[in-house]
Design a binder for this molecule. Sequence first.
Ligand code: SF4
Length: 326
Amino acid sequence: MGEEKKILEVKNLKKYFPVKTGVFRKTTGYVKAVDDVSFYIREGETLGLVGESGCGKSTTGAVILRLLDATDGEVIFGGKDILALNRREMREIRKEMQIIFQDPYASLNPRMTVEEIVGEPLVIHKMVSSKKEKKEKVVELLENVGLTADQMSRFPHEFSGGQRQRIGIARALAVGPKLIIADEPVSALDVSIQAQVINLLQELQEEFGLTYLFIAHDLSVVKHISNRVAVMYLGKIVEITGKYDLYDNPLHPYTRSLLSAIPLPEPGKKKERIILEGDVPSPVDPPAGCHFHPRCPMAKDICREKTPVLKEYTPGHFASCHLLDQ
Ligand code: SF4
């Protein structure tokens, strides 16, 4: 892997949704879904982006792909700030950045055959010049994801959940992307199928030199596939580092609580479970100071008043917690 070649750099990204109330729909506040998020992904690596639902991880993915407009910040891809590109320029970039969704059934048109679904991006991006060429390319893509040519004329409902996700992956691969944002790609699948899809994604990464932003709500899911992991809480990244560092030496109390929820592989062995009080607070009016303080077992007075900053504590290991400065 090229040591420092960054394929994607996200700088101070913000996505605020206005909250409108009253008859005149006046903006009375903002949901800060993504609040000053910065990270990078090196070419060929997988960055896991993890947090509970509502933490802003999927919104981050959608803003990077410009499926949602950013409120502020930069997304540098291939040396360009893609948030500043016009529609035509963005269409070109879309070939290089693709997304795989959580629910393959909802993202596949039920009235289209697999051949039409996987072949559609080839036609849109004018990557094939005849029906024959399209068919050949679709067969190749299906074989890449472990499906077969004789399944081409079937419809999505004729497949299992895992197979449907394979169709979604084939469609994403069709245009030859460099970066794939996988938005909870295995969350809707049975545990036994999850590992198969993750293994497939890893094989494809090696074969095609892909880079992944792998979004999940569970640290155990991203452990196998990620090189580095970022943990998000209420719109902010609270910790980011290499995967071994994160799992062996977590710095942030929120990361520690997420890790404590993962069962140990050896049966009979127990570890201390850190149970968090309450749910994730509303991002409309997040707690002052450290957003995590109402649930943090380590919270001190300073945590209620001052927002901690994401700082580097050991090379490449960043976290935001006042306790780490004491
Ligand atoms: Fe907990 Fe305080 Fe650290 Fe926030 S800053 S994670 S509340 S100890």
